[in-house]
Design a protein around this ligand. Structure first.
Ligand code: SAM
Length: 285
């Protein structure tokens, strides 16, 4: 791949998704585009770039972007955010929302669905008292490919084994050969939509918990700031933002503070009034 081809692909990716690829990601571009050039019977990445230059509106650019994004995920990924969700966050929300009987969750870069389905499984398995509540779980991702897979809720043995407790696998999945399909009752708890965090946002409800995990690492500082500002406006005043283990709001915004007692990447909104910082969420510890 020539420098010009690499730069063209990097620009396409950042323009379409805000994902920034460093100089050291040449191997990644070559590896991820190899199947695309194979499927199109093209001799090389240069030919693909040539095609892109002339046909940038025919879906090819989308295909290239989708091939380049990292969609690594798993059920109960990193475990501790979901333990905190079960032991602390949901019980506190149940108390705080007792009159509305409504809870809203958003998995904002949900990949193939394991993250929003983990939320759904947690609610269904551990909180029978929510049976008559209005529960919204939204799963969104830039990639139409991963959204299509998420909607099916069908996982390989390997994907199902990654993080899913055997008890939940047996109780909520149907095995068919070497794949496992999540029961419709759990699939129907999650609404999936294609949605680019770096483009204009549609109207969204206020969420109680927003999972924005393992996606901001790919963005530059100004994109991170812009997305966090929009997240702040989309989160309930006492809601929680959950980031990935390698992510932080530090040096990006003062609109959030890390919730120390919750560990595991939980952040709460702060409101600044007359020079004072007011924490909007009551601490029960
Ligand atoms: C590494 S996965 C993380 C999945 C899940 N949140 C987790 O932590 O397991 C990152 C996901 O972010 C999505 N993504 C990348 N850029 C995006 C953007 N601009 N808007 C929405 N989703 C994006 C990718 O398609 C990918 O599925």
């Amino acid at each position: 791949m020539t420098d010009a081809d690499f730069d063209y692909i990097r620009k396409l990716l950042v323009d379409r998704s805000a994902i920034v690829l460093g100089d050291d990601k040449r191997y990644l571009v070559e590896a991820r585009l190899a199947p695309v050039i194979g499927q199109l019977n093209l001799p090389s990445i240069s030919d693909l770039v040539g095609k892109l230059r002339f046909e940038s509106n025919n879906g090819l650019a989308t295909r290239v972007v989708e091939a380049l994004v990292t969609s690594e995920t798993s059920f109960f990924r990193d475990i501790s955010p979901f333990e905190v969700l079960r032991k602390t966050v949901i019980p506190e929300l149940i108390a705080a929302r007792a009159s509305e009987r409504k809870l809203t969750f958003w998995s904002a870069a949900c990949s193939t669905g394991q993250e929003p389905y983990t939320i759904a499984l947690t609610l269904r398995e551990y909180f029978p008292e929510l049976a008559n509540w209005q529960i919204t779980i939204l799963g969104t991702d830039i990639s139409t490919d991963v959204i299509a897979k998420a909607k099916q809720g069908v996982y390989s043995q390997f994907e199902a084994n990654r993080g899913l407790p055997a008890k939940l696998m047996v109780k909520y999945f149907q095995q068919s050969g070497t794949t496992w399909q999540l029961d419709a009752a759990i699939r129907n708890m999650v609404e999936f939509r294609q949605f680019n965090l770096a483009a204009a946002w549609p109207m969204l409800p206020k969420f109680d918990v927003i999972f924005l995990r393992n996606v901001m690492i790919y963005f530059d500082v100004s994109t991170k700031r812009e997305i966090l500002a929009r997240v702040e406006r989309t989160l309930a005043p006492d809601g929680l933002l959950v980031l990935g283990g390698a992510e932080t709001t530090l040096n990006l915004t003062e609109a959030f503070v890390r919730v120390e007692r919750m560990k595991a990447g939980y952040y709460q909104r702060v409101a600044r009034e007359c020079g004072h910082t007011i924490i909007l969420r009551k601490s029960q510890s």
